[in-house]
Design a protein around this ligand. Sequence first.
Ligand SMILES: *[C@@H]1O[C@H](CO)[C@@H](O)[C@H](O)[C@H]1NC(C)=O
Ligand SMILES: *[C@@H]1O[C@H](CO)[C@@H](O)[C@H](O)[C@H]1NC(C)=O
Ligand SMILES: *[C@@H]1O[C@H](CO)[C@@H](O)[C@H](O)[C@H]1NC(C)=O
Ligand SMILES: *[C@@H]1O[C@H](CO)[C@@H](O)[C@H](O)[C@H]1NC(C)=O
Ligand SMILES: *[C@@H]1O[C@H](CO)[C@@H](O)[C@H](O)[C@H]1NC(C)=O
Ligand SMILES: *[C@@H]1O[C@H](CO)[C@@H](O)[C@H](O)[C@H]1NC(C)=O
Ligand SMILES: *[C@@H]1O[C@H](CO)[C@@H](O)[C@H](O)[C@H]1NC(C)=O
Ligand SMILES: *[C@@H]1O[C@H](CO)[C@@H](O)[C@H](O)[C@H]1NC(C)=O
Ligand SMILES: *[C@@H]1O[C@H](CO)[C@@H](O)[C@H](O)[C@H]1NC(C)=O
Ligand SMILES: *[C@@H]1O[C@H](CO)[C@@H](O)[C@H](O)[C@H]1NC(C)=O
Length: 793
Amino acid sequence: MPSFLYLGLIAPFLWTSLLLTNLVNAQNQMIKHPIKYRTNAGFLKYTANARSSCITLNGQNPLVTLDYGTEAMDIPLFYVEFVSDPVQVEAKYSEPYSGLDEPYRDGPFDFANGFSNTFRVETFNVTTTGRVESFFIQGGLRWQNLKPLTEGSIRVCGLGLRSANDRTPIDQLPGFFESSNSLYNEIWALGVRALQQVCIAAGTAPYTWEVTADGPYLRGQQTAQSVKGASFANYTLEFDAKIIRADTGWKVAAGVAGYGAYFVLTSNYPSQSSFVNINRTVVPPNTLASQLTTGKVNYYPLPFDVQEDQCLSGGTWGFGPYQDQTALVKDVQVYSQNVTLLYQNPMTSDEILEYGIMGNTHNLCLDGAKRDRLVWSGDFIHTSRIIQASTSRSDFISGTLDYLIDRQAGNSSVYEGFFRMEPGMGQSAKYADIYNSFSLLDYQSLILEAVAQYYKNSGDRAFLLKHWFKIEKGVETVLQLVDKQSGLAGMFFLGSSNGTAALALLAHTLTELAELAATMNATDAASLWAQHANSIKTTINQELWGSELRTLSIAGSAWEILCGIANTTQTKSIIAALSSLRLGLGYNSSTSVANSSSTNLSPFLSGFLLEAILQESRKSSSASVARTTAISVLLDQLWVAMVNQDEYYTGASWEYLSPDGRPGLDLITSHSHPWGGAPTYVFSEYVLGVQPTAAGFATWIFQPAILDINPSWARGRVSTPQGTIQASWRLSGAHKKHLQLQVCGPKHTKALVSLPFTVKSYTVNGKSKVVSKTQVNIAVTDSSCADIHVTLL
Ligand SMILES: *[C@@H]1O[C@H](CO)[C@@H](O)[C@H](O)[C@H]1NC(C)=O
Ligand SMILES: *[C@@H]1O[C@H](CO)[C@@H](O)[C@H](O)[C@H]1NC(C)=O
Ligand SMILES: *[C@@H]1O[C@H](CO)[C@@H](O)[C@H](O)[C@H]1NC(C)=O
Ligand SMILES: *[C@@H]1O[C@H](CO)[C@@H](O)[C@H](O)[C@H]1NC(C)=O
Ligand SMILES: *[C@@H]1O[C@H](CO)[C@@H](O)[C@H](O)[C@H]1NC(C)=O
Ligand SMILES: *[C@@H]1O[C@H](CO)[C@@H](O)[C@H](O)[C@H]1NC(C)=O
Ligand SMILES: *[C@@H]1O[C@H](CO)[C@@H](O)[C@H](O)[C@H]1NC(C)=O
Ligand SMILES: *[C@@H]1O[C@H](CO)[C@@H](O)[C@H](O)[C@H]1NC(C)=O
Ligand SMILES: *[C@@H]1O[C@H](CO)[C@@H](O)[C@H](O)[C@H]1NC(C)=O
Ligand SMILES: *[C@@H]1O[C@H](CO)[C@@H](O)[C@H](O)[C@H]1NC(C)=O
């Protein structure tokens, strides 16, 4: 566990009383301060807690823009050193700089509450000096504005965001990668920064509903829905609402995920409790407004079916006022058409868990910092490997997997045996069937992959024992879908159901899970699953390979290579064929993707491809132009776009890109999405080249890919349950014919240093060794180090 630095305490000349408040309230949380700020005087360096970085806002200086340099999130705060009269101060937040020009910045976010402020604009009524902080988490931003809305003057200091998240500096993490290519080092860091925003420790995300004796005290936020009305239709909803500030809001005929008709009842806006920035066009006083679509109308390319949820006569209800407003809600009752009482809840106690607002009970990693803020299962295959390569917080891997596995569909669901694909924080496991989000079949494979990967890295047998019954049931359920005639029946995110992506991924998953079954002495399952894996591989090779019907896709290409279906010749032709998928800075996901201006490049899918090509590269005996080209497209064009465009830069990996390299879904794109961060672990596992070959790194390999990729040296460390592995390699000399490798492994482990090329000669710790014509394999055991010098042919 890294210790949290306490940055609030550095300046000796600051207000002691404020610091005391800071110390008491901040509960050892680290505060991230801006790196620069802009007032009328232009951009200036921001020095945390220095007097020179206190900012006066008034008629002459009406706006400050803060730049946090890289992605930040959590509770915004500042200290008021002086305020003339009560001043209303508006804060706005955005990931990209371009978002600052929009009235609602890059929000609001239309569905998941995500234990955060779903509005990107918030207003503070500043009346006295001292600490001001948001009630809500702001989930993901690089830029912030602060602007007084009313007459008067205010002087603010100590601006920042406090967070309980692990924000250890990137180069001090247990896992690290560095190379001669500084752009690649930046790319390695992208996934790590995304991770540091989205992995939320148990109990650290505050509830967004505050329970009181008068019902939940609701501040402006996306509504949270009751699961109890999921199957209701044609009902009358009655409740008592008390507007504290400006309005109250609710949904009816809504999906449990939040889709549905939204209503806002506004007050007469008395001046003492109404912020002056209420948009009276959108929410006029004394009005019942419905279906608000302020800000951008957002279209999410979400991989799940919302049809059912959009049906307007059926669905549940939920509560949540509009931006900045506050209300109490109690005595909720629902009646059927014949006036039978269907539901009743006084809302005055903790009996409101059905609204999905219980605390975050597990160490969980979400899909993105600002949205969706859901625990998307398939995304976690990348996230968990980034954790292994960097923070080494395996408690977040097991915590997230526990959460997903505990949400397996029961026998009241047609998806019995599947794991929930995107539970929110706070949504109880006992309602998994009602939330009914299971349908992406390849996400079922990906979560099982993450289980296998976790065991390989950790050797955590207790975890396997605890969950084996459910894991086995999950695999058996996926197997029932395999139909030899038509591939798989169902919905897929990686490609069409009859394409190679879904099948090849499943073959890979079954192979991995068969190994786990063998570990568990479940010998029948082990052989059955391995048989299935083999027969799927045969099907792909016989029926899909070379067939005109074969849909070319990056995910299909990746998983054909990763699952070992493609032999060397086939792999060559798969990699060569990628050139026909080129689109802008990267690869078009599939030939079945429509040609339209809204087509996006997917770093999520491209990550699988990057791994597949480097896996092939590091076992090849000579360089290949096709591989070098493909690796360069992915790293030097696609991923570099997340590094070298300051107007969009957050230092974290993105959700989608448009073919010209801008963020793919415009402002709503998540600029901190670990699913786009695969290069972090691909660099550590393949370019540095350290990977486990037996559970918990009891045995491991050091096998770097040095042929098709351009750093001339790489070094780093990999954390294992037995201790840290240090490794490095360097090519030098005329024509780069001299290769030096150094590696130190922990106790109780055995390593194999493996180079697939023909070498002239080599030495190990100064002793020369027999020349091998084909490849070099050197054993390193039990906390010893090896210094290897190789002269290449
Ligand atoms: C709701 O009412 C409509 C119109 O009367 C009817 O067509 C529909 O079947 C009802 N739905 C349910 C679930 O009762
Ligand atoms: C701001 O706080 C002051 C002092 O409590 C109060 O008089 C004023 O009505 C408040 N304004 C709003 C908009 O809440
Ligand atoms: C109020 O909302 C409307 C509709 O979204 C928008 O066009 C307008 O710019 C907003 N006004 C302000 C002052 O933000
Ligand atoms: C009234 O509606 C409820 C729920 O829809 C139903 O169970 C009940 O049978 C109905 N009662 C009558 C008298 O129609
Ligand atoms: C369904 O599951 C419940 C609880 O897990 C169990 O009690 C019940 O027997 C099961 N029903 C069937 C038909 O399997
Ligand atoms: C599997 O069997 C081996 C040998 O009998 C035993 O050592 C091991 O503990 C068993 N594993 C489990 C998970 O039961
Ligand atoms: C896959 O399905 C699509 C659409 O359903 C169809 O057009 C295509 O021919 C199918 N391909 C194969 C290999 O069956
Ligand atoms: C690879 O597989 C193809 C198709 O099954 C086969 O024709 C070819 O001979 C194989 N090549 C090698 C090198 O094994
Ligand atoms: C994706 O690639 C295929 C094959 O080149 C092409 O038919 C399709 O139009 C492409 N889509 C876009 C958006 O370029
Ligand atoms: C896709 O559209 C772009 C621009 O509209 C065009 O340049 C390109 O040739 C198209 N690709 C295909 C395969 O039709």
